[in-house]
Write a protein that binds this ligand. Structure first.
Ligand SMILES: [Zn+2]
Length: 129
């Protein structure tokens, strides 16, 4: 990267990523507390079979939230690595610079808006690459 003007920005981006990491880590801790409560309730559930349906739904919501948060944390790790090696702000799929407004809103973005849409469409249709 020959773009020296990015130097001042990097510190700001690191601060934002660190703040996001703390926020997400707190949310993950909350979902993990919920899971522990859920599993302790499971031992008494066999006496109340009618409640299993709703418990399972709560469990699935907590699990998918946990997966989503873990994924966001991984994105932040990846963004920090890209700051270190100077590729931060470039789309991982096509290598073009990610839109500045998008990066400002989502500092851990890995893809440009086009490739993000593509990835979400593939995820939605269950396409396997
Ligand atoms: Zn792209």
């Amino acid at each position: 990267m020959a773009e020296e003007h990015r130097g001042a920005e990097v510190g700001k981006v690191r601060d934002r990523l660190a703040a996001e990491r703390r926020r997400i880590a707190e949310l993950i801790a909350e979902t993990e507390e919920g899971e522990q409560e859920g599993s302790s309730e499971l031992s008494t559930l066999d006496q109340h079979p009618a409640e299993i349906g709703t418990e399972t739904a709560d469990w699935e919501v907590a699990l998918s939230l946990h997966e989503q948060l873990t994924g966001e944390l991984a994105d932040i790790d990846a963004a920090e690595r890209r700051l270190d090696d100077g590729t931060y702000g470039l789309c991982e799929a096509c290598g073009r610079p990610i839109d500045a407004a998008r990066l400002s809103a989502l500092p851990a973005s890995r893809f440009c808006i086009e490739d993000q849409r593509l990835a979400e469409r593939e995820a939605a249709t269950g396409a396997v690459s």
